[in-house]
Every structure is written in C-alpha cells, then in structure tokens.
Design a protein around this ligand. Structure first.
Ligand SMILES: Nc1ncnc2c1ncn2[C@@H]1O[C@H](COP(=O)(O)OP(=O)(O)OP(=O)(O)O)[C@@H](O)[C@H]1O
Ligand SMILES: [Mg+2]
Length: 232
C-alpha cells in the first residue's frame, strides 16, 4: 500500500497569457510523491514554485498534462472529486491566514467543524496536535498575541486537522527569524516522522531544503532532482 504514490504529476505544463505574450512557466513536469516523502522545491523568485504547488493541490489546472491523487486522475469538471481531494491535502501558506478574531484552538478546529466532526472529536484531535506542535499553552490566544513561529505552527496544526495524506507548504519559514524558522522546520519533521505525512515544501532557503529527504530545483520551467550528496 505504501508504494502507491499520493500524488503523480504527468507531463504537466502551465502557460500564462501576459498581454499578447504567452509564457510557459512549467514545461512537461513529472513528479511522484510517496507517503512519507519530505520534498523541498527550490528556485528563484518568479520561477513557478507557487504555480506548481497550486497545481499539486488542485487549486489550479494545468494547461497540459495530468494530475493523479491516490491513483485517481483529477477531472477538473468533477467538482465533488476536487473538493474531496482538497480535504485530504493540508495547505500551509507563507502568510499563515489564521482568522484574527478566533483563538488558536478555534482556528485549528475549524476544518473539523466544517467537515461535520463532533465537538468532542475536534477537541480530542486539537489537543494531540497542539501538544505535538508545542502550542497547547497558547490555545486560547488570538493570532495577534503569538510569535511568528507560534502562528505558523498553529497554521500547521490547522492544515493537519483532517489527517491529510499530503501537506503542501509555500515558504512556511519565509517571514521568520532563524529560531522561529527552526521550530517550524522541527514541526514538519515531526509530523512527517509521526504520521508518515508526505510533505512538499517550497523554499528559497537551502539550509532548510537540505533538511528534507529529497530536493528538486525548479529552473526554466523544468524540475531537476538534486542529489543531496552533491550539496555537502
Ligand atoms: N494568474 C497569473 N496570471 C499570469 N501570470 C501569472 C499568474 N500567476 C503567476 N504568474 C506568473 O508566473 C510566474 C511564476 O509565478 P509563481 O508565483 O509561481 O512564482 P514563484 O516561484 O512562486 O515566485 P516567488 O518565489 O516570488 O513566490 C511569474 O512570472 C508570475 O508573474
Ligand atoms: Mg511563490
């Protein structure tokens, strides 16, 4: 079962229209993501990292090529399948997107309430996640009274709430100081280890990328695997 990829991109291309010009941001990209994978995608600004992550999360459609989630081809006309797929994916954005009026606990359980879990189930799951991410003691705080790292860890707890098989993170440490960034990285490593969640993380930060199990470089529309040994 573990050999079934969570996500497969087959010859994915993405073109954008800029005025009269067509730009091909992604060119025939192939990628397989397996359970327990910990993948960094590195590349300079504007190269298409967010575009790629959005395609992986079915938030956007490729111009050409196919996306498979747990063995099933994504049909963008089937809204139900898209919604079901998105429920199994956790998204962590560069800016945390926590709701400012709600406490950490309320923010974290929100996906559970939307998915019609009971409040007891939500509380139980929240306790485990908040403990694991070491923000349990901040559960009644609003986002504005948290540190950057704590906010990002709350956003990770929320992304994990429905037990995703895949977490997609866009520059999750981009706005953080080194110590907070370290806490967030630890959180990702822990969730990968403890829940075998596949993680795909976009980053500019090579030090962070080197802590992942696989590194891909996005360049000129192509995704190239880096052998980690060559980085030492
Ligand atoms: N909706 C859109 N319409 C037209 N062009 C777009 C659109 N979204 C992105 N682009 C262009 O596609 C390219 C890739 O954008 P993308 O946001 O994926 O880059 P990125 O690698 O995530 O950059 P950064 O590191 O700055 O976040 C950019 O040149 C951008 O201007
Ligand atoms: Mg981006």
């Amino acid at each position: 079962m573990d050999n079934l990829p969570v996500l497969v991109l087959k010859s994915i291309s993405k073109k954008y229209q800029h005025a009269n010009e067509e730009i091909e941001v992604l060119k025939k990209i192939d990628l397989e993501v397996y359970p327990g994978d910990l993948i960094a995608i590195v590349g300079p600004s504007g190269v298409g990292k967010t575009t790629l992550l959005n395609l992986m999360g079915t938030l956007d459609q490729p111009t050409n090529g196919e996306v498979y989630f747990l063995g099933k081809k994504i049909d963008y006309k089937q809204e139900e399948h898209i919604l079901e797929t998105r429920k199994r994916i956790g998204f962590v954005f560069q800016l945390h997107h926590l709701l400012p009026e709600f406490t950490v606990l309320e923010n974290v359980i929100l996906p559970g309430l939307i998915a019609n879990l009971t409040i007891e189930e939500c509380m139980q799951r929240a306790e485990v996640l908040l403990q694991k991410l070491r923000i349990f003691h901040r559960k009644h705080h609003k986002p504005s009274s948290l540190s950057g790292g704590e906010r990002q860890r709350a956003a990770i707890a929320r992304a994990l709430f429905l037990n995703p098989v895949l977490v997609l993170a866009d520059e999750p440490t981009g706005n953080l100081d080194p110590a907070s960034a370290e806490e967030v990285i630890d959180a990702f490593l822990t969730l990968n280890q403890d829940f075998n969640t596949a993680v795909v993380m976009v980053t500019h930060n090579w030090d962070l990328a080197k802590r992942m199990k696989k590194i891909f470089l996005l360049k000129n529309g192509f995704l190239v695997k880096w052998e980690k040994e060559t980085l030492k």
